[in-house]
Ligand binder design. Structure first.
Ligand SMILES: N[C@@H](CCC(=O)N[C@@H](CS)C(=O)NCC(=O)O)C(=O)O
Length: 248
């Protein structure tokens, strides 16, 4: 398809409202169970006590999002049908339309820097560790076999082919860094902890950088490499604080 007629994939708040895409008449999150970017949004919704519905998207076919030009997860649909794409935009949207505890994008360079870090560095660093072998990839994709609404075939394809694809992705992410995946993750956690301003990036209260980075790391819980976080003397206590606050 020529670029000019390709549907545009646009981050942030969309012009067209899609109230018909809500589930159970609640704010609705289109997500994958283990997606790091989706955990960011789940953590913020949890900490704010916002009731919402989840729609589990098939990681191979994405058929639940065929109606949208943006087919990555997370996609958030607010109660009035407002569609917001892309995790950091969703965090800002939910905060701005709720308790408004974060600085808006562009007004706090530290928060912006660490929110970018969550996607550009931390997200890629954990993928290199989680998917560092076919075996660890299979473990990470085991969840698809437990998603009731997926057919038997789609569970099998998602798990076995998905693990193969993610192993390839893990390998390409690993190439982005000079150090080996586990050493790199430790290095990135050390670096991340320099951004804490007391209990949180946000000082006494978490800001967008806290939710962005917590979500990424939360997706590793129980998977290969989580021990690196558990043994980190600054990041682990912060992680526990975020876990208590978000309830996830
Ligand atoms: N910048 C996006 C990245 C989202 C993303 O890459 N999500 C992955 C799942 S973890 C996805 O949907 N991948 C499928 C695809 O790229 O088509 C965000 O922060 O929300």
């Amino acid at each position: 398809m020529a670029d000019s007629i390709k549907p545009q994939q646009i981050s942030g708040i969309q012009d067209v409202k899609v109230p018909e895409k809500l589930s159970n008449n609640l704010p609705t999150l289109y997500c994958f169970e283990t997606c790091p970017f989706c955990f960011k949004v789940k953590a913020l919704l949890g900490s704010r006590g916002i009731e919402y519905s989840k729609i589990e998207v098939d990681p191979m076919s994405h058929k639940e999002l065929k109606w949208s030009d943006w087919t990555k997860v997370p996609v958030y649909i607010d109660i009035d049908g407002t569609q917001v794409n892309d995790s950091n935009f969703i965090l800002h949207y939910i905060d701005e339309n709720g308790d408004s505890e974060f600085s808006r994008q562009g007004l706090d360079s530290e928060q912006d820097k660490w929110m970018d870090f969550s996607n550009l560095i931390l997200g890629k660093s954990i993928v290199a560790v989680i998917y560092s072998s076919y075996f660890t990839s299979l473990k990470a994709l085991d969840y698809v076999t437990k998603v009731d609404k997926f057919s038997f075939t789609s569970r099998l394809v998602n798990k076995w082919l998905g693990a193969f694809i993610m192993r390839m992705v893990g390998r390409s992410r690993a190439k982005m860094f000079d150090a080996k995946p586990r050493e790199n993750l430790l290095f990135q956690l050390d670096h991340m902890s320099t951004g804490f301003e007391g209990d949180f990036f946000g000082g006494n209260r978490p800001n967008g950088a806290d939710f962005a980075n917590y979500g990424i790391l939360r997706s590793m819980q129980g998977l290969h490499g989580f021990d690196i976080l558990k043994n980190h003397n600054l990041v682990h206590p912060w992680y526990i604080r975020m876990q208590k606050l978000s309830g996830i």
